[in-house]
Design a protein around this ligand. Structure first.
Ligand SMILES: *Cc1c(COP(=O)(O)O)cnc(C)c1O
Length: 479
């Protein structure tokens, strides 16, 4: 029997298979750009998909993984397709994909300096640069973690560490803690507060206005009521922007409310923080410089592979308190201020070098790539919204502030059912991938324009396709 370990590390096979894979991906990239719209999703029901892979798993061992790679590719959603308008993920820029391959190969964790020398230095530079973009001064600091969900939890833990002794003493039952947030906040905020032991009563959801922005006129009343109920408010969270509708909260008003009550002000800018790179759109983030902490996902609108998230602190020292703890087998000395042992400030112990992907894009393109990306996507969303508004069969849910547009087909009595059916047909047909949300309890089609190579032409085709489906159905149903 041949030495499998030798085979697994064969330079010649790696070279050959690596070239093969890159050639295949470059061909897919070219295909996606050559046609107006190709295949975006090859829909299969979960049980059928599982059966396919169970059969695959039972087959003889592979000598070359290329066939497997191609099967994975064709059975996955193509974010590079111009018909991709689904969840908030972008096709990663080529250089970022290559950077991820490099860091997979290196596999240096970042918790401890020696193991992640480059990663720790790049983390310091990238977070420092973005913190200054947000308007913070030299006291600012930050870290990179794996996803906005973990980022928001980290920031809320920092808030609690700044305002209480829970980390040492545990939660108290008298004066329970709570945080205030828009009812449109991402579900991970609710999850984070429950993980922190605050329970259902620990998240105070403030209603939104017609544009799905937090109603700042209600803040005082909600605050007073919570305090009367015996709660201690730790902080308030602004959405920039909200996930379902892409609406930006009034960060200036929330910031001044936070300051008046000495609350921690956190901004969840996981999706919309990238607008800071656009002179046209950065006013949406006005007031973010007042935040105590900010979360920004590089994998949402900054063209990197998932997951890579910055957590920024106006006072860098706030980051060091969150997880203060001794781990002597990792760090002999405990000096919480040291920037170069990233594991002291983050959840992860083995932390991937995801920072290399964003750093590569910054080194290659400066701010320009992020600026153009945001501007193209936001502009396209405006044009799409105009198209929907002008169309007699479609209703626009709100005027979009970002690249997230919600709308629905308006014909007949059963609008929820009709739109659910349209979405199912569209997904099964496979040229487009869009998603859905509920607004005021009603079912809406939801598009996030995430591929910067998508054009108005595809969006026109999307509406035409939906309309054609609905006509076909009415004929079938005899309406
Ligand atoms: C996507 C998103 C999150 C969650 O981030 P992940 O990186 O998916 O964990 C949190 N908040 C907002 C506003 C988001 O859009």
């Amino acid at each position: 029997m041949s030495n499998i370990l030798q085979t697994a590390f064969s330079p010649a096979a790696f070279r050959e298979q690596g070239h093969h894979l890159i050639d295949f991906l470059a061909d897919q990239l070219a295909n996606a750009q050559a046609v107006t719209i190709g295949h975006t999703i090859l829909w299969q029901a979960p049980d059928e998909q599982l059966a396919f892979w169970q059969a695959d798993f039972a087959r003889p061992l592979l000598t070359n993984p290329q066939e497997l790679f191609e099967a994975v590719f064709s059975r996955s959603v193509s974010l590079h397709s111009r018909g991709y308008l689904g969840h908030q993920a972008q096709p990663p820029a080529n250089a970022a994909v290559l950077a991820s391959t490099l860091t997979s190969f290196l596999n240096n964790g970042m918790a401890v300096y020696e193991m992640g020398m480059t990663g720790n230095a790049l983390e310091r530079i990238v977070t420092g640069y973005i913190a200054r973009k947000m308007g913070f001064d030299d006291d600012a600091g930050g870290l990179i973690t794996s996803g906005g969900t973990l980022g928001n939890l980290t920031a809320l833990l920092a808030a609690r560490a700044a305002k209480s002794a829970v980390w040492q003493e545990g939660n108290r039952v008298d004066n329970p803690f709570a945080v205030m947030v828009s009812e449109e906040a991402h579900y991970c905020i609710d999850r984070a507060t429950r993980i922190m032991g605050l329970g259902a009563a620990g998240i105070i959801k403030v209603p939104v206005n017609a544009h799905f922005q937090l109603r700042t006129d209600l803040l005082e009343a909600y605050y007073t009521r919570a305090v009367e109920q015996g709660k201690t408010i730790l902080g308030i969270i602004g959405c920039a922007c909200s996930t379902a509708t892409g609406s930006y909260d009034d960060l200036e008003a929330i910031g001044s409310f936070a300051r008046n009550h000495q609350l921690w002000f956190h901004v969840d800018a996981a999706h919309g923080g990238a607008a800071i790179f656009s002179p046209i759109h950065q006013s949406l983030l006005k007031g973010i410089d007042q935040a105590d902490s900010v979360v920004l996902d590089f994998h949402k609108m900054m063209l990197t592979p998932s997951v890579s998230t910055a957590v920024l602190f106006r006072r860098g020292s706030d980051a060091n308190r969150t997880f203060s703890q001794q781990a002597q087998y990792l760090w002999d000395r405990y000096d919480p201020e040291e920037w170069y042992n990233s594991g002291k400030r983050t959840f992860e112990c083995t932390k991937p070098m995801s920072v290399v992907a964003i750093y590569t894009l910054m080194r290659q393109y400066g701010d320009e790539l992020f600026k153009q990306n945001v501007e193209v996507l936001y502009e396209l969303a405006q044009e799409f919204a105009n198209l929907i508004s002008a169309h007699e069969s479609f209703e626009l849910a709100y005027q979009p502030q970002s690249n997230i547009v919600c709308f629905r087909y308006c014909f007949g009595d059963e609008l929820d059912t009709a739109n659910q059916q349209l979405l199912r047909q569209l997904t099964e047909e496979g040229r487009f991938y869009i998603v859905s949300t509920r607004l005021h309890g009603k079912f809406y089609l939801r598009t996030s324009i995430m591929n910067p190579l998508t054009t108005l032409q595809e969006l026109v085709l999307l509406l035409e396709t939906l309309e054609a489906f609905s006509k076909r159905d009415s004929i079938k149903l005899g309406v």
